[in-house]
Ligand binder design. Structure first.
Ligand SMILES: [Mg+2]
Length: 295
């Protein structure tokens, strides 16, 4: 293997559990602080996420109509102070639940020591993805991360400033997963042929379908769905998905019927024993050059 392209969420760490539990902790504290019901706060969060096309829009809480009514005209800095308890509840729950899957740090370190190049590929926006890799202590293993574009203004919290680090390559929204042409472009950008690369991810419809179509060895992280139904329901409750997104998802599921990975793993460490092999040569398709730039 020359290149490992790894999905991030639910391949290197469980994203669903910490996000859902942080959100519930924050909403609970916010409802108590303002003396309101929790239900409308979830609906308002969903509306903010839809506006930003991002279910993980940093500090979405500042934009909730209920919050704006409670603190009319407040600056982001004033809101940071006023909402300290709900924000602290979010941070505390995330610190409790955000954990790498077993063996991830060691395996990335070993692959890097063997001379393999490692890049990330995620549907998260750059600042969020980079920060999470840093918090988890694995940023140093990555030569770069391919992240979705975002329009994020300056952040009110000094602890949240993006201080740089691993290079972020911005992927336009219309190039998002599953996009075999983009994956082939990632290989080209990292100076690897598709057959020298491995793609690992937890989603059959996105990661595995894409890698198979791109002619890249597709490794399915089948351990990545080990979250509870309650936590998934919380994510869905505030998700930015529009009816169009839900229709797209249904199409992807139809596309991916019968897709099979080249390998399936039950722990990230199993990557160490895998050499890139693809089950069948992919159909040669015209590859459009994706707009991948430095972010
Ligand atoms: Mg994933």
């Amino acid at each position: 293997m020359r290149l490992l392209v790894t999905d991030l969420d639910n391949t290197l760490y469980d994203w669903v559990t910490p996000f859902a539990r942080s959100l519930r902790a924050m909403v609970g504290e916010l409802a108590a602080l303002l003396g309101v019901d929790e239900d409308p706060l979830y609906s308002e969060l969903r509306a903010v996420h839809r506006r930003h096309h991002n279910s993980e829009h940093p500090f979405a809480i500042f934009e909730l109509p209920t919050v704006r009514r409670a603190f009319p005209g407040a600056t982001p800095e004033a809101l940071l102070h006023a909402l300290a308890r709900p924000l602290a509840a979010f941070d505390a729950a995330r610190a409790t639940w955000l954990r790498l899957y077993e063996g991830v740090d060691e395996t990335l370190g070993a692959l890097r020591a063997q001379g393999h190049l490692i890049v990330g590929h995620t549907e998260s926006i750059g600042p969020t993805a980079r920060r999470r890799l840093r918090v988890l202590g694995i940023e140093q293993h990555f030569a770069g991360i391919y992240c979705l574009e975002s329009a994020l203004g300056p952040h009110p919290s000094p602890t949240w400033q993006d201080k740089g680090g691993v290079p972020v390559h911005v992927v336009p929204r219309d190039e998002r997963k599953p996009n075999p042409a983009l994956l082939r472009d990632i290989c080209a950008s990292e100076l690897a042929r598709p057959e020298e690369a491995i793609y690992v991810g937890d989603s059959l419809t996105r990661d595995i379908w894409m890698a198979r179509r791109a002619g890249v060895c597709a490794v399915w992280a089948r351990y990545g769905r080990s979250y509870t139904e309650e936590d998934w329901d919380t994510v869905v409750r505030v998700s930015h998905w529009t009816p169009d997104d839900i229709r797209r998802e249904a199409r992807l599921r139809v596309n991916a019927v019968g897709v099979a990975p080249d390998h399936a793993i039950d722990g990230f460490g199993e990557l160490l024993g895998i050499e890139p092999t693809v089950a069948a040569r992919p159909v040669r398709r015209r590859v459009r050059r994706a707009a991948v730039g430095e972010g």
